[in-house]
Design a protein around this ligand. Structure first.
Ligand code: MN
Length: 329
């Protein structure tokens, strides 16, 4: 995924003190992606007042739609991309030689380290039904200057959760959840889980109280409350993000019909980040340097396998310095 919009810089502001529990609903915004033959995506993260949930710094839903996806080679630094499809096949090629098709049930996770480039195409020449999440994970200082890497995983742990009524299953996409660990390489304490609730399910989903969490609505509606008897019920639907904050050991979910949500969370990230276009860094200068390198065709980003000269050009930097983003809720 590449970004055709860029965030305007905002001034540094004092962060909100200790997070604590929250129940804040945010709507994903519609963003055109892909230039002239635009496809539309829904972006739930970052939000203007919420740059990170743990190390998660980006969440796009592309689809459900019938489209021909052609995201030409573009660069990344300082992050991992997590591609989790619901429908359709996407071909990924990158500058370390990967050329794979990702489909439902499989995870593609790409670690940029200091620099990688990749392309993302829907399979075939015609529009196909597509639906997927793409998330980005900010890399910590200890990994963000390292080499690029790519992994594909088809055997992720799937758990049946203890329920009050109904049935609930959890696919552990990245990190650790309820004692199960995804095989995907991650570099901070983190969790990313697809939760499926059958119609009529009531379930308490375990959380780590020292981590922050959010739920992204994927399909159907889920009533979310602090615990089963709580009155703070919020309805989460698709294309919405519910930020839960920290200091929760569980969250109560209830679904009248079949529903799917994506749980994302982790240890509050070690640093504020500067995020611009497809880059995650810590300073304006780092981002400007990466942009220059991409525009110059520098070796840093390599050459995407089986591609010619096609590439996504970097947008111009804004006329003001890029600054670190902080949570303000
Ligand atoms: Mn990308």
């Amino acid at each position: 995924m590449t970004r055709f919009d860029t965030d305007a810089a905002i001034a540094d502001e004092a962060p909100t003190a200790d997070v604590g529990p929250r129940m804040l609903l945010r709507e994903a915004r519609s963003v055109p992606l892909g230039g002239v033959r635009a496809m539309e995506v829904h972006r739930a993260l970052p939000q203007r007042d919420l740059p990170l949930v743990g190390a998660w710094c980006f969440l796009d839903r592309f689809g459900p739609q019938r489209t021909r996806m052609r995201v030409e080679p573009h660069p990344h630094i300082g992050l991992q991309t997590v591609t989790w499809p619901f429908l359709g096949e996407v071909r990924h090629r990158d500058s370390i030689g990967s050329d794979v098709v990702v489909t439902r049930g499989a995870l593609n996770i790409m670690t940029s380290g200091a620099g990688i480039a990749h392309s993302e195409y829907s399979v075939g020449d015609d529009p196909i039904p597509l639906d997927a999440l793409q998330l980005w994970i900010a890399l910590p200082e200890s990994r963000r200057h390292g080499p690029p890497a790519f992994e594909r995983h088809e055997d992720l742990p799937v758990l049946a959760l203890p329920v009050t009524t109904g049935a609930a299953h959890a696919a552990v996409v990245v990190g650790e959840f309820a004692g199960a660990v995804s095989p995907a390489s991650v570099y901070t304490p983190i969790v990313g889980v697809e939760l499926h609730l059958a119609a009529g399910t009531r379930v308490e989903v375990p959380l780590r109280s020292e981590w922050e969490h959010a739920l992204a609505g994927v399909d159907g509606e889920v009533a979310v409350a602090s615990h089963a008897a709580a009155s703070d019920v919020t309805t989460l639907a698709d294309m919405h993000l519910l930020y839960l904050g920290t200091a929760r050991s569980s969250i109560a979910l209830e679904a009248e019909g079949d529903a799917t949500v994506f749980l994302m969370g982790g240890e509050p990230f070690e640093d504020d980040i500067v995020m611009w276009w497809n880059f995650v860094g810590r300073t304006h200068e780092e981002i400007a340097e990466a942009r220059e390198a991409w525009e110059a065709g520098a070796e840093r980003f390599g050459h995407v396998v089986d591609h010619g000269d096609e590439r996504v050009p970097a947008p111009p930097l804004p006329g003001v310095r890029l600054t670190r983003r902080r949570r303000r809720i």
